[in-house]
Design a protein around this ligand. Structure first.
Ligand SMILES: [Zn+2]
Length: 194
């Protein structure tokens, strides 16, 4: 069960444009922040009928079948708690998130790319410890030079992030589209921690 919950919400991104449901874990926190756990409304409605979730909030819109009608859920909560994933996937997005969308050399926020700290030409590998977010000018300046030779310095030593650390950072960088009924579940705990 664990597995299909994680893959279902990324299966059909196009279907998420209309009436997606925010999926909360049984503790009322989003099942995941990145990607934000959203299901197409069809899956949300199905889960309601299968009794796997409770409805927390609804859209105004209704879907009808020959025998019944239901308001489309906008927030649903799993009845069974799913243990959050420990391992953090090494993806471009997660790496940007770890580096808080800032160049790790100069701190700028614009025009971000990736840089191998130990250049690939010198045997540097593509890993959490050797890749950082970098702006194009810094990337160009560094080229295939070593860090020392380039005259640049790292704002902090790159490491593999903990899942919890990335979740906390995720709250600072919300996705573009948020339905108003989701807001309570996305941010109240972040406010309390601030
Ligand atoms: Zn830079």
């Amino acid at each position: 069960m664990d597995g299909d919950f994680r893959t279902e919400f990324v299966r059909e991104p196009a279907a998420l444009k209309h009436h997606p449901a925010l999926v909360l874990n049984a503790d009322y926190r989003p099942l995941s922040y990145y990607p934000l756990s959203l299901w197409p409304w069809q899956d949300a409605v199905k889960a309601v009928y299968l009794d796997r979730v409770d409805i927390v909030a609804e859209y105004d819109d209704i879907v009808r079948s020959p025998s019944t009608e239901i308001r489309i859920p906008s927030v649903i909560v799993l009845k069974d708690y799913v243990k959050p994933q420990r391992r953090v996937a090494f993806t471009r997005f997660n790496l940007f998130l770890r580096d808080e969308f800032r160049c790790q050399y100069c701190g700028s926020k614009g025009d971000l790319t990736f840089d191998h700290v130990v250049p690939r030409a010198r045997g540097g590998i593509t890993s959490w410890e050797n890749v950082v977010a970098a702006c194009s000018p810094c990337n160009l300046r560094k080229g295939s030079k070593s860090l020392r030779r380039s005259g640049l310095s790292l704002r902090r030593q790159p490491r593999a992030p903990q899942a919890e650390q990335l979740r906390n950072l995720g709250r600072k960088f919300p996705p573009n589209h948020l339905h108003e009924s989701w807001l309570d579940f996305l941010y109240w705990d972040a406010e309390l921690e601030a």
